[in-house]
Design a binder for this molecule. Structure first.
Ligand code: PLP
Length: 384
């Protein structure tokens, strides 16, 4: 049986989510939610129901949820939409370990003339409050973006403390909560940020849909102009099946969130115990607060991509670094920011569990890893 251990890249769609989406694809709910007739009104109702489900999951009012085409668009909308209403010359700050959708949006803004700076992280991938404050006060800063949980290491930042520091300095804060959602409790108000990005396909929902959650009264310029959908902040006829699926997935998170997190943590801890027994294994960010489902590690002397392919041949799916970056040949920018040596960073492999994984999957992973590492090391040393 294949073993899927790449839930930070994407999750399999939940059967109940699939069922909820069907009426939008081939059933009764085909109307355009902007239409006045019955079919339109039915779709509008389904849209508002999904908005309420997503809002409820993160503790906000439905009108604070702006549906987008995913986490990437939500991050772009946050950075570009918020920076376009600030005083000229004010700076944008992002953490060095952000997802490429934040980093590249920030670089695009920099090309347009917005000053940009990076907040560094320590050896464990954590943004230190002192470094954060230093960067904020070095130059007039308008907006700072720090992700709640990192997709590669699983490191969870203390966004509550950072947002408090930002607010004191009059700086708006955005957080990318795409990886945190569904794995730990995510409450918008408790985090104290002005905007937060979400994505459906990391929580058992469909791909191609996400949301930007905003505080009430936030000034934001739309990126996509058109027919005034999503309160004028994101035009385009709504992706009804996607949005309804996102709502259904969101509604499934809270019952059992803690139990699922505990289950994943047990799988992770057992894996880490076994990894420590393999010579040359380094687990990254092990001392930091991390998502319960994520392990990012490397075996000295073995390329991450090679190990990934060896495991894949044995039916085990993991990732080498972030899914978007893998295949690029570049080592992880996250590990670079943590000061990890480039040769070790090239060996990085990510295992990310989901609630459907079992101890049997872990045992299969461990024994296959042991075998594959042994044979790859022999091969590397020319010993056949
Ligand atoms: C932390 C983080 N932010 C944003 C995204 C992008 O989300 P989407 O795939 O919905 O565009 C991802 C996806 O991997 C992610 O891990």
């Amino acid at each position: 049986m294949p073993v899927y251990l790449d839930h930070n890249a994407t999750t399999p769609i939940d059967e109940r989510v699939f069922e909820a989406m069907l009426p939008c694809l081939k059933g009764s709910c085909y109307g355009n939610p902007s239409s006045q007739h019955r079919q339109g009104r039915e779709s509008q109702q389904a849209l508002q129901h999904a908005r309420a489900q997503v809002a409820m999951l993160v503790g906000v009012q439905p009108r604070q949820v702006i549906f987008t085409s995913g986490g990437t668009e939500a991050n772009n909308l946050a950075l570009k939409g918020m920076m376009s209403v600030v005083d000229a010359g004010s700076r944008l700050v992002v953490a060095a370990t952000e997802h490429s959708s934040v980093l590249e949006a920030a670089r695009a803004l920099q090309c347009e003339g917005y000053p940009l700076a990076f907040a560094g992280v320590d050896d464990d991938g954590v943004v230190s409050p002192t470094e954060f404050e230093r960067v904020l006060i070095e130059h007039k800063t308008a907006l700072v973006s720090v992700m709640l949980a990192n997709n590669e290491t699983g490191v969870v930042q203390d966004v509550v403390q950072l947002s408090e520091l930002a607010r004191r300095r009059g700086v708006m804060m955005h957080t990318d909560a795409v990886q945190a959602l569904g794995k730990i409790d995510v409450n918008f108000d408790a985090l104290g940020v002005s905007a937060m990005s979400l994505s459906a396909h990391k929580i058992g929902g469909p791909k191609g849909v996400g949301a930007l959650v905003v505080e009430k009264g936030l000034m934001l310029q739309p990126m996509v102009h058109g027919g005034g959908h999503e309160a004028g902040l994101r035009a385009g006829t709504e992706n009804m099946a996607g949005i309804v699926g996102f709502g259904a997935a969101a509604a499934l998170i809270h019952p059992g969130l803690e139990a699922r997190a505990e289950h994943c943590e047990q799988l992770r801890d057992r894996t880490e115990q076994a990894l420590q027994k393999i010579a040359g294994v380094v687990v990254f960010a092990q001392q930091a607060k991390r998502l319960p489902n994520t392990i990012f590690f490397a075996v000295e002397g073995i390329e991450g991509a090679t190990l990934l392919m060896s495991l894949d041949r044995e039916g085990i799916a993991v990732s080498s670094g972030s899914a978007c970056a893998s295949g690029s040949g570049e080592s992880s920018h996250v590990l670079k920011a943590m000061g990890v040596d480039d040769s070790l960073a090239h060996g990085a492999v990510r295992v990310s569990f989901g609630s459907g994984n079992t101890m049997k999957d872990v045992e299969q992973l461990i024994s296959t890893l042991q075998e594959q590492v042994e044979s790859l090391l022999k091969l590397n040393s020319g010993w056949t």
